[in-house]
Design a protein. Structure first.
Length: 317
């Protein structure tokens, strides 16, 4: 009986110590959109690693893209994870000096794609069709460039991903089929997809609506394009926090030092990964770190060498 009591007491003490340890974890408050950003932050791999480093996350989920940056600027949140660098640059252009934010590190890339509930091929698109576009400057430019890549329109000569285009920059000559562009808040495009003949939708909102670019997209942003690098999703913080210990811990937990992370929360294709690696090689990189998180592969015993044998695209990497 004494042995049983001693064992029970030891277990209670151990549990008490565990709870106390958890209570002592420092809190990092991060603003994010629901999918996949909040899902990634709340994943077991991230939370476990952060706990090892002495931190825990408080994830604040936002709808839309408007509130996240001001919440970091005024100190409500420590960081945010929802945007790419061009969007952050667009925010900083109108923010005061005290409200400026910086990119701390990149995490993953979400391709833009064209979706529809009315046509199954862009070849079926009729003259005068309505096209839904995100209405913020950086994403509308990106959407118009994707429409050009798909052969639907042309954009002004010299346009780059850093330009700020709107539908008013597309002349009748550039739009010979007379497509009608409907500028809509990015978060509303997927829920109202049936209102348009086609729509260009941000990767996170597409995923949130159950749309996958590789299976549902009529045309997908090329993984070997400049967009794969330029539009990689980032963690943004106040400049004063760039050297903080909590940010270093968050960086470690989210990226593990990898340049490409395959995680189950984000659909990925091995050929797309190969193209991104090739793009890195073309930019002069001699090596890259790829991480396959548990659950990202259909089987943990999958042999990457076998994948390379099955896909010619991987054999010259």
């Amino acid at each position: 009986m004494k042995k049983f009591f001693a064992l029970a007491l030891a277990l209670v003490l151990a549990l008490s110590l565990t709870v106390a340890s958890a209570d002592e974890l420092k809190v990092i408050r991060v603003g994010a959109t629901a999918a996949p950003h909040a899902e990634i932050l709340e994943s077991e791999a991230v939370t476990t690693k952060l706990a090892e480093l002495g931190y825990k996350l408080e994830v604040v989920v936002y709808e839309g893209y408007v509130l996240e940056n001001p919440a970091v600027a005024d100190g409500t949140d420590d960081a945010n994870y929802f945007q790419h660098k061009p969007y952050l640059d667009s925010y900083n252009e109108t923010a005061s000096e005290s409200e400026q934010l910086v990119s701390a590190f990149t995490v993953h890339y979400e391709p833009f794609a064209i979706y529809s509930k009315k046509v199954t091929s862009l070849a079926d698109l009729q003259d005068g069709a309505h096209i839904g576009l995100p209405n913020d400057p950086s994403n509308e430019t990106r959407a118009l460039l994707l429409l050009e890549a798909a052969g639907l329109i042309t954009v002004p000569e010299g346009t780059t991903a850093a330009s700020s285009l709107t539908k008013y920059d597309i002349t009748a000559e550039m739009n010979p089929h007379g497509y009608v562009f409907d500028e809509v808040a990015a978060e509303l495009l997927a829920p109202t997809l049936e209102d348009y003949d086609i729509a260009v939708i941000n990767g996170n909102y597409a995923l949130d609506a159950g749309l996958k670019p590789t299976t549902n997209g009529l045309f997908v942003e090329a993984a070997d394009s400049e967009f794969a690098t330029l539009y990689a999703n980032i963690v943004a913080v106040r400049p004063a926090d760039l050297d903080s210990d909590w940010l270093k811990a968050l960086h470690t937990a989210l990226t593990c030092g990898a340049e490409i992370c395959m995680i189950p929360e984000i659909p990925w294709d091995i050929i797309d990964v190969a193209e991104r690696v090739k793009w890195g090689v073309l930019r002069g990189k001699r090596s890259m770190i790829l991480v396959f998180a548990e659950g990202a592969l259909s089987s943990l015993s999958t042999d990457l060498g076998k994948l390379c044998q099955e896909h010619e695209e991987l054999q010259d990497i």
